[in-house]
Ligand binder design. Structure first.
Ligand code: AHR
Length: 680
């Protein structure tokens, strides 16, 4: 069958009677007090763990890039956050600041900041100050790169840039450009700190002591793209923050889904992720408003996303704009949509095209990266089940046909998953559908076995492109980690059909989680940070355990006497609470490294008591009596990590004795354990 053949609804049926991975759902209710039994059939491989199962998802939300991963320390460096006033900037000394739309740097940065220097003296300099994203972080003996564009009128003189304590009492580093004058020009300086203490309550200051030029005292400076960068990961210019990169790298993710989420769609057409406006020199990028309510300079643009992938050895999962915006408007499929289809094809060419023979590959080389990037997956839009017009089927088909015609090797993802069975794409067979699940702990546990029931015969596979147990704020607590762990056992056990997955949102700046101008728009995010430091939540460590410790074979499992508890689901939209039900408190899955024979048994004990569990392994020629256990556990569901206590809940590794083909082991309350069992 060709890939563009009209699909039949039947083929998209989610729950099929045939070939389901049903071993884990066959358990019966436990006789109270009976020892739970987990059975692993090492002689029966039910499927292969997808090599790209664990990845990351990102968009500009919660100050993920600006004020997060992106190295830039200056907030509103292009002054475009508001055209009324230079938000996040303040005047230093006796001067006035104003946004000037008559003195643009160029058509992208089409306004500038006007600074009156006429009252500047040696004793009382004038200038501008910026407090960064809830502080400017400084470290001892570190070099910072500052740059700015300036245009001068009736002014010719020195300009000093410095990093100072917020009250201005202490100058931590400074450098002077000896002469700023004439038309628009870029100025670069480096600032070095000495043997100071690490701190974040600082500000960036740009001042002059000169009121004008030789024949004038009424000078004016116009400024644009005022920037300050600390050292970055892999020392990339315009690069990323090393500590956050390290946290992600430690998870060994296989892909990065970008640029959204809602960020790819935008609140309106002018605010979609228009990739062409995010590449090239940063001074040529106009920036745009994120649907999460703040300005993005697009300093972290398409090429930076790709370099982020390269730095962490990930593949991009590229979401292309698909003609639907969050104001619920859509572009009519057909000729009106064609420019956006073309834009997507060009974006793919920018990512993968040859630098010598393709237009956009050559552009990428010009932008600094001659080598093409690997690409397997392209996603058409985001959450298009919200488009109640029903236009997505046709929009998807138009993108799908064009992408497959030019790039037959690519896998194309529909944004409507099986959980929205009423709006599934029917006119084409998407290679994957993207399902999104935001749930509380019990809901995650109640649904942890759902994929066991999915059809094995559907040609369309699953991308769980956004999922999270939303318990804990700003970052998930242990309850969140347990819900996530239960859910991950289900994805891993069913990774023959769940090919890729990523948690969302990944980042949150925790500096100001409430109030106006807050740093968090969405509670419960995997990794938290402020200007200076970062930490992983318990859910981060759970995910790291899953993504770094698994085999390639999925082993058949079964269980008996799994403890359960009563759960009353939340009332639905209509207000009617569904009836109470029993939900499991223990979850598990088993994978094996086909080369070494090492079995990774993951056990989640979500109950408040330690559980003695009997593990039975059939079908292995031999099972070693010693192995290793990696355990993430907490005393309470509320236990969590914070900036102040970043390592409160982290996994520890211990030797595991007494293993064998049939053994009983105690699993702590509120815990995730990865048990590594050597078999022949
Ligand atoms: O992850 C936060 C948001 O949730 C995403 O932007 C969107 O796709 C989903 O609704």
């Amino acid at each position: 069958m060709t890939r563009t053949l009209t699909a039949v609804l039947l083929a998209l049926t989610t729950i099929a009677s045939a070939q389901t991975n049903l071993s884990e759902i066959s358990s019966t209710a436990p006789p109270s007090g009976a020892t739970p039994v987990l059975q692993i059939d090492a002689g029966k491989v039910t499927g292969k763990v997808s090599p790209m199962l664990y990845g990351l998802m990102t968009e500009e939300i919660n100050f993920s890039y600006e004020g997060g991963l992106y190295g830039e320390l200056i907030r509103n460096r292009t002054f475009k956050s508001s055209v009324q006033s230079p938000t996040f900037w303040s005047a230093v000394g006796d001067t006035t600041l104003a946004i000037d739309t008559n003195q643009p740097l160029n058509s992208a940065l089409n306004l500038s900041l006007k600074l009156d220097t006429s009252k500047a003296t040696k004793e009382s300099p004038v200038g501008i100050a910026n407090g960064g994203y809830w502080g400017i972080p400084v470290r001892p003996n570190t070099t910072y790169r500052a740059s700015f564009y300036a245009r001068a009128q009736n002014f010719s003189g020195p300009v000093t840039v410095s990093i100072q304590s917020t009250n201005g009492n202490e100058v931590l580093a400074s450098a002077t450009v000896s002469r700023v004058s004439g038309g628009w020009k870029k100025y670069d300086v480096t600032l070095k700190t000495g043997n100071i203490k690490e701190s974040k309550n600082n500000r960036f200051v740009l001042t002059t002591t000169k009121s004008g030029s030789l024949f004038h005292t009424n000078g004016t400076l116009w400024l644009q793209n005022v920037s300050l960068f600390p050292p970055t990961f892999n020392n990339r210019p315009n690069g990323t923050r090393p500590d956050i990169m390290q946290l992600m790298g430690d998870m060994q993710p296989k892909f990065l889904r970008f640029p959204g989420g809602n960020y790819v769609e935008g609140n309106r057409m002018s605010e979609r992720f228009n990739w062409k406006e995010t590449v090239g020199d940063v001074s040529q990028r106009p920036g745009h408003r994120s649907p999460w309510g703040y300005w993005s300079t697009d300093g972290l643009g398409l090429l930076e996303f790709l370099e982020w992938c390269e730095d962490l050895h990930m593949e991009p999962v590229l979401a292309v704009f698909a003609g639907y915006t969050l104001d619920r408007k859509y572009v009519e499929p057909g000729p009106a949509l064609q420019p956006y289809v073309q834009e997507a094809l060009e974006e793919i060419e920018y990512v993968t095209g040859d630098a010598k023979t393709t237009k956009w590959g050559a552009q990428r080389a010009k932008d600094g990266h001659p080598a093409p990037f690997p690409l397997t997956y392209v996603e058409v839009g985001n959450e298009d089940s919200f488009d109640r017009s029903g236009s997505y089927d046709k929009r998807f088909a138009q993108f799908f046909d064009a992408i497959i015609a030019k790039y037959p090797q690519l896998k194309v993802i529909s944004t409507v998953g099986y959980e929205h069975s009423d709006s599934l794409v029917k006119s084409r067979f998407p290679d994957l559908v993207d399902e999104h699940y935001y749930r509380n702990q019990e809901e995650m546990m109640a649904h942890a076995l759902d994929y066991d029931k999915y059809s094995r015969t559907n040609r369309t596979k699953i991308f769980v492109g956004e999922w999270a147990t939303r318990v804990g704020s700003p970052t998930p607590n242990m309850a969140g980690a347990l819900g996530d762990s239960a859910w991950m056992t289900g994805m891993e056990r069913n990774s023959d059909i769940v090919l890729i997955s990523c948690y969302a949102p990944m980042f949150v700046n925790v500096s100001q989680t409430t109030g106006q101008n807050r740093s968090m728009q969405w509670a419960t995010d995997l990794i938290g940070y402020d200007a200076l430091s970062s930490y992983g939540s318990p859910a981060y460590y759970a995910q790291k355990m899953f993504s770094t410790m698994h085999g390639d074979d999925i082993l058949a499992t079964d269980s008996q006497n799994i403890p359960t508890r009563v759960w009353t689901p939340r009332a639905g939209r209509g207000g009617n609470a569904p009836p109470s039900q029993q939900i499991r408190e223990v979850f598990f899955d088993a994978t094996r490294d086909s080369k070494s024979g090492l079995i990774y048994l993951k056990v989640v004990n979500a109950s408040n008591a330690a559980q003695k569990i009997n593990v039975q392994i059939n079908g292995a020629a031999g099972v070693d009596s010693t192995g290793e256990a990696v355990v993430l556990a907490a005393k309470s569901l509320d236990d969590t990590n914070t900036l102040q206590e970043p390592q409160k809940i982290v996994p520890h590794t211990e030797k595991a004795d007494g293993l064998g083909a049939n053994f009983t082991r105690e699993f702590p309350a509120y815990s995730l354990t990865v048990l590594k069992i050597k078999t022949k």
